[in-house]
Design a protein around this ligand. Structure first.
Ligand code: SOE
Length: 381
């Protein structure tokens, strides 16, 4: 291995948030340079509100230090990258301050809880980019090898003109009505429910796979469990449990999106089906190493969905891991995400998905909410 970047001092990373996403990102920061040829990084500091718990998480997940004040951390000279794994209501404030302090920023999806916050984040990202400071949104499913490969097949014209997409993201972790309140069930902290949390992934996938933009939306939201046990008694749930939408894309395709966190038996099932004039493909995150492809160029009598096991070195990201045929898991998508972020920083290029792409997803989410509130209006973007 050679290259000017390898001589440089390691990039210092600070992560803000140590719960589920902080844990997932931490393992990616810990592993990325061992498997991919990226600039060296050091996990300098993990930030959280509870000093004892964050110190324990920092020690467990490989961070040199822990801290409780993110403002002090983003001012540090030995921190070049800020990775925001905190809940959505904190994204805008932290991301804008970090970008203004000259730090590269990776922020978990969705970009923010509102259009106004998202627009302010985009303005800060654009100003920072002009100074060589990069930013990216963590839509990690773009880095599932099978989905990155699906994008290649579509871009190479193997499906012809894409006509229809069916995207669903079904989970069941809220199916039990005694499952307690969390910040994810309060509008003021989460912005929305299944919509922002997981329809954001599905909508990002539709636009990512097709390389296209949603222009028109019709939506519906529903809350099945209106109250849940909170820390001091029963509380109202103020966000949706499930959401539905139909989307028109600029290139002529139409997509349906269906998401739920109360779909009993579905654990983490992001399913995508894409139907074109010359081929079709299907994917399910619960079987993330596989892609089913129907090649319309094959004689009709022999046509059928063919299962491709996406574990060859020729497939995106896969060559860095195990010998061919050895599967990878959900956590690898975060390592791939950080790999792409670091390469963009090294090359002085704008990483994708940019904050602008995150804002485009927010526009679609806002249109779904507007359409749902108006009951069956089609909302033009
Ligand atoms: C919860 O629904 C959740 O953790 C989402 O917040 C993540 O983005 C998704 O990847 C898994 O499910």
């Amino acid at each position: 291995m050679s290259g000017a970047h390898e001589q440089k001092a390691p990039l210092g990373v600070a992560a803000i948030g140590y719960a589920f996403m902080g844990k997932a990102h931490s393992q990616a920061w810990r592993n990325v340079a061992a498997y991919f040829d990226v600039p060296a990084v050091e996990q300098r500091v993990l930030v959280g509100r509870d000093s004892e718990q964050v110190a324990e998480a920092a020690a467990r997940y490989g961070w040199a230090e822990s801290a409780t004040d993110w403002r002090e951390v983003i001012a540090r000279d030995d921190v070049q990258i800020v990775d925001i794994c905190a809940p959505g209501w904190l994204h805008a404030e932290i991301a804008i301050a970090a970008l203004e302090a000259g730090k590269h920023v990776l922020v978990e999806k969705p970009l923010a809880n509102s259009m106004a916050e998202s627009e302010r984040m985009v303005a800060a990202a654009q100003a920072a980019r002009a100074r060589g400071v990069q930013s990216m949104v963590g839509f990690n499913y773009r880095r599932v090898p099978a989905l990155a490969f699906a994008k290649q097949l579509i871009a190479d014209g193997r499906l012809g003109a894409v006509r229809e997409v069916r995207a669903s993201y079904l989970q069941d972790w809220l199916a039990d009505e005694d499952s307690p309140m969390t910040w994810r069930l309060r509008k003021e902290t989460a912005g929305s429910g299944a919509l922002g949390d997981i329809a954001s992934h599905a909508i990002d996938q539709v636009q990512f796979l097709l390389g296209d933009t949603v222009t028109e939306v019709s939506g519906r939201l529903h809350t099945f469990v209106g109250q849940r046990p909170g820390p001091s008694g029963v509380e109202d749930v103020t966000v949706d449990d499930a959401a539905w939408a139909t989307l028109s894309l600029a290139g002529g395709a139409v997509a349906s999106v269906e998401v739920s966190r109360v779909a009993l038996g579905r654990k983490n099932s992001l399913r995508i089906e894409v139907y074109g004039s010359a081929g079709a493909l299907t994917f399910d995150l619960e079987r993330l190493n596989e892609l089913e492809f129907l090649d319309g160029a094959v004689p009709v009598a022999e046509q059928g969905f063919r299962r491709i096991v996406v574990t060859e070195p020729e497939h995106p990201y896969v060559g860095a891991w195990w010998p061919q045929g050895h599967v990878i898991g959900w956590e690898h998508t975060f390592t791939h995400q950080i790999r792409d972020f670091l390469l963009a920083i090294r090359d002085g290029a704008a990483p994708s998905p940019s904050f602008e792409e995150g804002l485009q997803v927010q526009r679609v989410l806002a249109a779904v909410e507007e359409s749902a509130a108006a009951k069956s209006t089609i909302v033009q973007l």
